[in-house]
Design a protein around this ligand. Structure first.
Ligand code: FAD
Ligand code: NAI
Length: 491
């Protein structure tokens, strides 16, 4: 009887909890309330981009203060840290994206989300031109809108240094479609085609990753896991022929991590039979080979099946064009120059953040997202100041000497709000997955110290850290399910 009572209680609690969750998600999460319409009295804030910087801004911003228009060629936010996992099928693409309209729909005032690419920013006329390049249109539609404030968060694109063949023959690891389109499985299936020579099998199964930064390291680790966990069983006759080589021009991989973690990564890769070629520069990528300059200065042509290029960041054309319009203030070749409040030097109404800027911080998601939420607070302050200033103007126009004290008090408040707190970055540590169920972490320790750790425990920490930083409950549930699915069914 006690068992049946317990079972009954558990059933009732489960039914109530699921009903509550269902009600919450269907009624509130998926169908939030009616939003306020655009207010012609409010200023227009245009946001370019839907990545880490822009999304963090949108999430924190009080949209009651502005008419917000967000323009981005991508109508979703992409959780880049787990992109290499998508490349090998550990995680499904939808698990790490969140529609930008989801964030927009949960704001108090409506936010216009436009899927389009900004093609021109005019800092003098204060306008943005953008176009819809979608194939369904059959032609390019373009339009120009004015802004009062512009937040420029278009990120960066992959640096190729104009090395011949990179654009034509290599895969990248920057956008979702890059991860979905790696030709890894094509190479494996072609190698399995009957009658291939051993030489051709070895070429097809040689995976070269260029760039020993965190992207290249994480992708090599993920490729290795796929090979060990799945391919070995599915293609036993090919497994021995698969080779992964990481090519890095500098003397060491992961230069931004501590020395002991670099050593740990190198030794983990050695155990995993991932070759690291340091001081080796890729000079050309051909259809079936990579030409490298070896440390001794000689040139070598290495046969390859797949090349993934992770050579770092460079400015987008839009950013280069914007800088060209401000030749006196915008002279940094790494990106846009901003002041302590992320205001673009030379254009007071434009704020820039994230990978498109050249600051003392590394181009990371952590920086972009902190900058985004900082800017949201700055905009709330700007909105308050603008409102008080309007009030002040009205009062000054009507007031006689008896309201002088009131005018004075208002003036003081406006002056106080004029002072913006500068952006301050708080580093939460660097994490990277290195394959074989191991991760490395450089964590700040008691203010000034640094805790460098690597291994399986760090990998569990890496997983929980990323699970908690994922955008929404939906993303967390999907990623956790993907990880479980891989454990049960493989990739
Ligand atoms: P992005 O996030 O790149 O966003 C730029 C946005 O602008 C995009 O929505 C894009 O569609 C849009 N856009 C592009 N062109 C235009 C245009 N013409 N008009 C309008 N919009 C435009 N950082 C970490 O801190 N930790 C990590 O673990 C980590 N892992 C990473 C893994 C990978 C594979 C990669 C590629 C990067 C990783 N990063 C990581 C770096 C991090 O992703 C970037 O620093 C971060 O995305 C920068 O944010 P952002 O907002 O400046 O740019
Ligand atoms: P990166 O700039 O960190 O590394 C690119 C590497 O490619 C460099 O080391 C460079 O020397 C090498 N390279 C360039 N051209 C080459 C050539 N021709 N031949 C051989 N090697 C060549 O770029 P990455 O890894 O894409 O990272 C970009 C930013 O994103 C960084 O700030 C990084 O910190 C951040 N990021 C952080 C991650 C994390 O914290 N886990 C993961 C991925 C990216």
């Amino acid at each position: 009887r006690r068992f049946l009572q317990t079972l009954g209680t558990v059933t009732i609690v489960t039914v109530l909890a699921s009903g509550g969750a269902f009600w919450y998600f269907s009624a509130i999460e998926r169908n939030p309330g009616v939003q306020q319409e655009f207010d012609p009295e409010k200023k227009t804030l245009v946001i370019l981009g839907s990545g880490w910087g822009a999304t963090s801004l949108l999430k924190t911003l009080d949209t009651e203060d502005f008419n917000v228009i967000l323009i981005s060629p991508r109508n979703y936010f992409l959780f880049t840290p787990l992109l290499p996992s998508v490349a090998v099928g550990t995680i499904t693409p939808r698990s790490i994206i969140q529609p930008t309209r989801y964030v927009a729909r949960h704001k108090k005032r409506k936010v216009a989300v436009i899927e389009a690419e900004a093609t021109d920013v005019d800092p003098v006329k204060k306008t943005v031109t953008f176009s819809d390049n979608s194939e369904v249109q059959g032609q390019v539609w373009s339009t120009t809108i004015p802004y009062d404030y512009l937040v420029y968060a278009v990120g960066a694109e992959t640096q190729t240094f104009n090395i011949p063949g990179v654009a034509e023959h290599a895969c990248f690891m920057k956008e979702l479609h890059d991860a979905e389109r790696t030709r890894f499985m094509d190479c494996v299936e072609s190698a399995a085609f009957p009658g291939q020579s051993q030489e051709e099998i070895e070429r097809l199964l040689h995976m070269v990753v260029v760039g020993g930064g965190p992207t290249g390291i994480e992708l090599s680790g993920e490729l290795h896991d796929f090979l060990m966990d799945d391919l070995k069983q599915w293609y036993p006759e090919l497994a021995e022929s698969v080779r992964i080589t990481l090519v890095e021009a500098l003397p060491t991989v992961l230069p931004s991590f501590s020395k002991q973690l670099i050593d740990y990564t190198e030794s983990t890769f050695k155990e995993a039979k991932i070759d690291i070629l340091t001081k080796t520069m890729v000079k050309e990528i051909k259809d079936r080979s990579v030409v490298v300059k070896m440390p001794d200065g000689s040139t070598k042509e290495i046969p390859v099946g797949l090349v993934v290029w992770a050579g770092g960041n460079k400015m987008r054309k839009l950013t280069v064009d914007l800088m060209a319009k401000m030749p006196e203030t915008q002279t940094n070749r790494r990106g846009l120059t901003v002041d302590d409040h992320l205001r673009l030097k030379g254009a007071d109404s434009i704020f820039a953040l994230g990978d498109c800027t050249a600051t003392s911080y590394a181009p990371t998601a952590q920086v972009a997202s902190q900058e985004g939420s900082y800017l949201a607070r700055i905009f709330n302050q700007i909105a308050k100041k603008d409102a008080l200033q309007n009030q002040l103007q009205v009062l000054q126009a009507q007031a006689g000497p008896e309201q002088a004290a009131e005018v004075d008090a208002l003036q003081k408040q406006v002056t106080k709000l004029d002072k913006l707190r500068p952006f301050h970055y708080s580093h939460q540590g660097s994490l990277a997955y290195i394959g074989s169920d191991k991760a490395i972490a450089d964590l700040p320790f008691f203010g000034t110290g640094n805790l460098a750790t690597g291994g399986v425990a760090t990998y569990l920490f890496w997983r929980s850290a990323y699970l908690s930083t994922l955008f929404s409950f939906r993303n967390r549930a999907l990623v956790a399910t993907d990880w479980m699915k891989v454990k049960f069914f493989g990739r």
